[in-house]
Write a protein that binds this ligand. Sequence first.
Ligand code: ZN
Length: 92
Amino acid sequence: MLDGPSVDAHHLLPRSQGGRDTVMLHRVCHRKIHAELSEKELARQYTTLEALRAHPDIADFIRWVVRKPPEFTAVTFRAKDHVKAGKRYRDK
Ligand SMILES: [Zn+2]
């Protein structure tokens, strides 16, 4: 959602659903997406950045995270959070 050096590749359509296109997201934004949405929801309704940004909780998160210092958004992404949030879904 934010531009910067700390980014992850996110599959707009989960790879398990045959998705190939990825977008680069800040790690914290990426983590938030998978905390809020299941792989099924992502595949069904959130296959565009516009749709993701329109999600109320994600929109709130973006408004909150833009006020954080740059070090905050460089927080190390932990794969286990991704697993917890999206079962066994991984982008990499
Ligand atoms: Zn992802």
